[in-house]
Ligand binder design. Sequence first.
Ligand code: SF4
Length: 261
Amino acid sequence: MPASTASYAAESPVARTRRARRIYRALFDRYPYAHAELDFETPLQLLLATVLSAQTTDVTVNKVTPTLFARWPTAEALAAADRTEMEEVLKPTGFFRAKTNSVITLSQALVDRFGGEVPPRLKDLVTLPGVGRKTANVVLGNAFGVPGITVDTHFGRLVRRFGWTEETDPVKVEHAIGALFPRKDWVMLSHVLIFHGRRTCHARRPACGACPVAQWCPSYGEGETDPAMALKLLKYELAPGAELPDPPPGPLPGEQRVVTA
Ligand code: SF4
């Protein structure tokens, strides 16, 4: 039985909430600059960038979206786009034919049903083709300022390793974690967990020996515990400084930042 499962049963809800908030505070201190890593200026741009981010990195999406939105700046223009031309633009993101289809179909639905605007409500967003709760919450939280929890692969893995929940269904995870934190923290909580999952608590080999929440994590030891070895596992998707909207706080002592894309 994984440590997180054993400790989940033994921990009271009050103790779990207290520990969860401690972990969040420590991660917030570690990644105070955590933010949506997709570049966007409008809800439409964020919605489409999120759809394009499937099976690729945010860095790759950020390379193609300036061209995409300059060539077709509105939902109307995107809906009427030449398919072959858009495929060329989206090629670097992989699955470019399917993604071209998604962008055009989604834009057509926005034009037909919402006057070309992205609706600011979850119940409307999830009716759009290719838009699930995860994408809808990303858009609501980051483009409309509506509190939401984004349960992506990193978030789901981390909350189970933390022993915050045993649920695997994303909607149940969303509700379970939402109950541990005030609504005002939901968006930043999503950002810091996703940052931690990408940089430190990796799926295959978490860097436990370089983890700021190791003392509260029942899964400590699932990954590398030797501090020097663990530091080498830290990964940053963007070059140091490029991922920080504010002046960079500087690397941790001995930290090696690795550019992976
Ligand atoms: S890196 Fe290790 S100690 Fe840190 S959160 Fe992940 S599993 Fe827990």
